[in-house]
Design a protein around this ligand. Structure first.
Ligand code: GLN
Length: 489
């Protein structure tokens, strides 16, 4: 069958769901190759202003699209993501494609292998368009820490898209990919999803392999999807989740068919609303949007229960101690010898290490290496690192206890909507506080979804965070889908 150029253009210009796009490809109405080319044309037009893609993997994408078209023409069975254009956050490696992690220190590095999440997407038929901008080593909440310039929020280009997976959220919001992968260590999927008005998923720790993820804080790092709607996000998670012998922390638990269960009625589900997430510092318009979302859950037959998570107040210091400690160890490998950037101006080996790290790392990364090294140093280990580990356990137990009484917990994803570029970049503490509602789930290892839930008067998106217990992604998706459906989507 001949592909109709107009059909392809309309698919690219008017974003469709993953299922619609896939069936247009399966029927031959649209060729995956044309669709990929259409997305590349769109990227060429829009990327200069949004700065979403750092590099394109055109050759690999077109080869894969060609394979999908050939399989469709033969009537072979197609994978769940057949022909779907997807973008990858540049902290996940793809064989032969530059991997920068948003850092100058990795300039020129081309990994010799694929991350597991990446190869699983491709095995399911996805067409990988390229590598996407992010905060340097995923450290940040605004995407302003990228060595390759900030990403702009497609909803309001004066605003940040959130971070650290700002590019992955912006790509979906501006339809520069049907879906993307991001990573979340303390909120880096959920917060940008909320800032850009898309769906972002924090899978349970261990649900998705970290193999091929450039590590920031290994006990917290998670790989997860972004999509324009809950069902697409669920489909993507189903593809990338599951045990991987290459990641010792990946869980052997079977992967349910998330997308199939998504429309199960939420009637009778018990939803916890923790007082601590609606306290001082919460923007009035965000509060109103989330309260309206909660009302819609009540109207769908959920039981809304006030709960308390008093240890929330310890979450930010605990997270920033542990994340920086792990980062200081993980980033020791970037020494100017093995990967990427090497300073040209050194007389001795020791100088080469020093200069390469000094010139290669940005200010926020250096700050974290220093903080983390301090917290791990002999005299302070017990007072800081060990104490933080103990508090982490208490936070996790508090969630366990809460989930004995409720099926899911809903909160605002972020206390504020997207802020202006430059507004917080000079104030690290203000930036850290932007994670106040997201770091708790990161520390506890539980899962969550950020789902669009209204907008402010200025038109900025608001996100609701739906948290569920370990491996309860299905419940989080159902609740998020109910919130989405109540808004007529
Ligand atoms: N904003 C948080 C930080 O800067 C979270 C980052 C992330 O989740 N990767 O650490």
């Amino acid at each position: 069958m001949q592909s109709d150029a107009k059909t392809t253009e309309s698919l690219v210009e008017l974003p469709k769901t993953l299922a619609e796009t896939r069936s247009a490809i399966a029927s031959g109405e649209v060729k995956a190759v044309d669709l990929a080319e259409g997305y590349y044309r769109r990227i060429e037009k829009k990327n200069p202003s949004l700065n979403v893609y750092l590099s394109l993997t055109r050759e690999r994408a077109l080869e894969q699209a060609g394979r999908v078209d050939a399989a469709a023409a033969k009537g072979d069975s197609l994978g769940p993501l057949a022909g779907i254009p997807v973008g990858i956050k540049d902290v996940l490696v793809m064989k032969g494609a530059p991997a920068t992690a948003g850092s100058k220190i990795l300039q020129g590095y081309e990994p010799p292998y694929d991350a597991t999440a990446v190869s699983r997407l491709e095995a399911a038929g996805a067409v990988l368009l390229g590598k996407i901008n992010c905060d340097e080593f995923a450290m940040g909440s605004s995407n302003e820490n990228s060595a390759y310039g900030p990403v702009r929020n497609p909803v309001d280009p004066e605003c940040v898209p959130g971070g650290s997976s700002g590019g992955s959220a912006a790509a979906v919001a501006s339809n520069l990919a049907v879906a993307t992968l991001g990573t979340d260590t303390g909120g880096s999927i959920r917060q940008p999803a909320s800032f850009c008005g898309v769906v972002g998923v924090l899978p349970t720790y261990g649900r998705v392999s970290r193999y091929g993820l450039i590590a920031f804080a290994s006990s917290l790092d998670r790989v997860g999807p972004f999509a324009s709607n809950v069902k697409d996000a669920a489909t993507l998670l189903g593809v990338i989740a599951g045990h991987d012998p290459r990641d010792a922390t990946s869980s052997p638990a079977p992967v349910p068919d998330y997308a199939a269960e998504i429309d199960k009625p939420v009637e009778g589900l018990r939803i916890g609303v923790p007082a601590e997430y609606f306290a001082e510092g919460l923007d009035d318009e965000v509060r109103a949007s989330i309260e309206a979302g909660i009302d819609s859950l009540r109207a769908s037959g959920c039981t809304i229960q006030a709960i308390s998570l008093p240890k929330t107040r310890y979450a930010i210091p605990t997270y920033y101690l542990l994340a920086t400690a792990e980062a200081s160890a993980n980033l020791a490998r970037f020494d100017g010898v093995r990967y990427g950037y090497r300073s040209a101006s050194s007389a001795t080996l020791a100088e080469m290490y020093r200069h390469s790290r000094d010139e290669g790392f940005g200010a926020e990364v250096k700050r974290r290496i220093l903080l983390g090294t301090y917290a791990l140093s002999a005299g302070y280990y017990d007072a800081y690192y060990l104490k933080a580990q103990q508090v982490r356990r208490l936070l996790a137990e508090e969630f366990l206890h809460a989930f004995a009484g409720v099926d899911a917990i809903v909160t605002p994803t972020s206390p504020i909507p997207a802020f202006k570029l430059g507004e917080k970049s000079g104030d690290p503490l203000a930036m850290y506080l932007a994670d106040i509602y997201t770091v708790t789930a990161s520390l506890a290892g539980i899962c969550g979804v950020s789902v669009p839930c209204g907008t402010t008067k200025a038109g900025l998106p608001v996100g609701m965070q739906v948290l569920a217990g370990h491996m309860q992604e299905g419940t989080a998706f159902r609740v998020a889908r109910a919130v989405e459906a109540a808004q007529g989507r």
